[in-house]
Write a protein that binds this ligand. Structure first.
Ligand SMILES: Nc1ncnc2c1ncn2[C@@H]1O[C@H](COP(=O)(O)OP(=O)(O)OP(=O)(O)O)[C@@H](O)[C@H]1O
Length: 387
């Protein structure tokens, strides 16, 4: 969808901002450009909507060499979100959001209707906020208007330069989450600049890690964290990349332990007999539909009276996550519920449990899989132990 072919930019004073850059962003993909200040990220981005012209090489958008496209026409297909948001201070939020549709000739009523829809989509009630001026909004709300405005004309491509940079960390995380669920629905092709590796990992389907004017590694978040392509990338992603990896590795069925299962309505003695032959100290308790109820201790089952059912003795279990959840979330659930394991469900169906030992194994699996898949030499298993 966006393709860079050997693109360089040398500014008139001789600064080489970008040096023979080649990469491609697929349709519906979100690629983050991350790197230290001054490494050429913004220059890269601004060449896509021709706010900056490359010195050599070419850039294709949807197969078309953009040097041949009228810049105004090009920019209508490309939404642009910047950190300072750049809202017009003397226009209402609704009019700000309707800017691009109005520019491209939509009727006023239709443009405003579309703007109201978009404000709603980014979590701002158009009835409350539509008539306000930018100065009457919080920083986070202004950022949302910036995103709504960029999406208003439904451009296939979105460029975002530090879009969540100007807000505090808590709001920032919320905006990131909101944008991710929005992106899951609208599936734009997105190029996002950030200097924050956490944000790059969280947001990107793939990450381009910049050195000076060059991409040092262009890979999935898991691969960048698990197998930095060079010592430079390893330093940039940081010593705690094992921990960061927890957020990008998801739970798979093979990661689960399958403890013995007891049914809510069966006699305690029956369940105790089943456990007797094993060294299990507890069993998961499911209801008759196979849904998680809780757990029961093997000792309690063994010493239970004749008449008792498993249901009389079971304890509720609230620590659970859906299959496919990132390990980090499962771990956090474990800590929050003060549990030694979390149940993993597929919809309401119980699949198995994740224990700390299995979590560690899953991390190792993900590093190993990348290593096999990509054949990199610099596999850093030690990063897993750090986690
Ligand atoms: N108009 C210009 N004239 C000369 N040099 C420039 C110009 N604009 C940018 N540069 C230089 O080009 C290099 C890349 O700048 P760019 O803004 O692309 O970096 P960046 O990675 O986006 O940095 P930051 O994270 O600080 O925004 C820097 O060395 C910068 O000083």
């Amino acid at each position: 969808m966006i393709r860079f072919e050997q693109v360089s930019k040398v500014y008139p004073d001789g600064t080489t901002a970008v040096d023979r850059l080649s990469f491609e962003v697929g349709e519906g993909e979100l690629v983050t450009l991350v790197g230290p200040s001054g490494c050429g990220k913004t220059t890269t981005m601004m060449m896509v909507n021709r706010l900056i012209e490359p010195t050599s090489g070419r850039i294709l958008v949807d197969g078309e060499d953009i040097a041949q496209v009228d810049p105004v026409r090009l920019r209508r297909r490309i939404g642009y979100v910047i950190q300072q948001v750049g809202l017009f201070p003397h226009r209402t939020v609704l009019d700000n959001t309707a800017t691009v549709p109005s520019l491209v000739g939509w009727k006023r009523a239709r443009a405003r209707e579309r703007a109201a829809e978009l404000l709603d989509l980014v979590g701002l009630d158009p009835n409350t906020y539509g008539s306000r001026y930018p100065a009457q909004l919080s920083g986070g709300q202004r950022q949302r208007v910036g995103v709504a405005r960029a999406l208003a004309a439904d451009p296939p491509v979105l460029l975002m330069d530090e879009p969540f940079g100007a807000v505090d960390p808590v709001v920032r995380e919320r905006l990131q989450d909101e944008f991710l669920s929005l992106q899951a629905a609208v599936r734009k092709t997105v190029l996002m600049v950030t200097h924050d590796i956490e944000e790059a990992v969280r947001m990107g389907d793939r990450i381009a890690v910049y050195g000076e004017g060059r991409i040092e590694q262009f890979d999935s978040p898991a691969a960048v964290l698990g197998m930095p392509a060079s010592p430079y990338v390893a330093r940039f992603v940081g010593a705690d990349r094992g921990l960061k990896r927890l957020s990008v590795t998801t739970i798979e069925p093979d990661d689960l332990e399958e403890p013995p299962v007891a049914r809510l309505d069966e006699p305690a003695r029956t369940a105790a007999a089943r456990l007797a032959g094993t060294d299990a100290r507890w069993a998961v308790v499911l209801n008759s539909a196979g849904e998680l109820h809780g757990w029961v201790s093997a000792d309690v089952l063994r010493t239970a009276g004749e008449q008792r059912t498993v249901g009389d003795l079971a304890r509720r279990m609230d620590a659970w996550v859906p299959i496919g959840t990132p390990l980090k979330q499962a771990f956090s659930e474990m800590l929050q519920q003060d549990a030694g394991w979390v149940a993993v469900l597929d919809g309401a169906r119980f699949l198995g449990v994740l224990t700390p030992a299995k979590l560690h194994e899953a991390l190792r699996r993900s590093v190993g899989a990348d290593a096999r898949g990509l054949g990199r030499h610099e596999v850093q298993f030690d990063s897993v132990a750090d986690a």
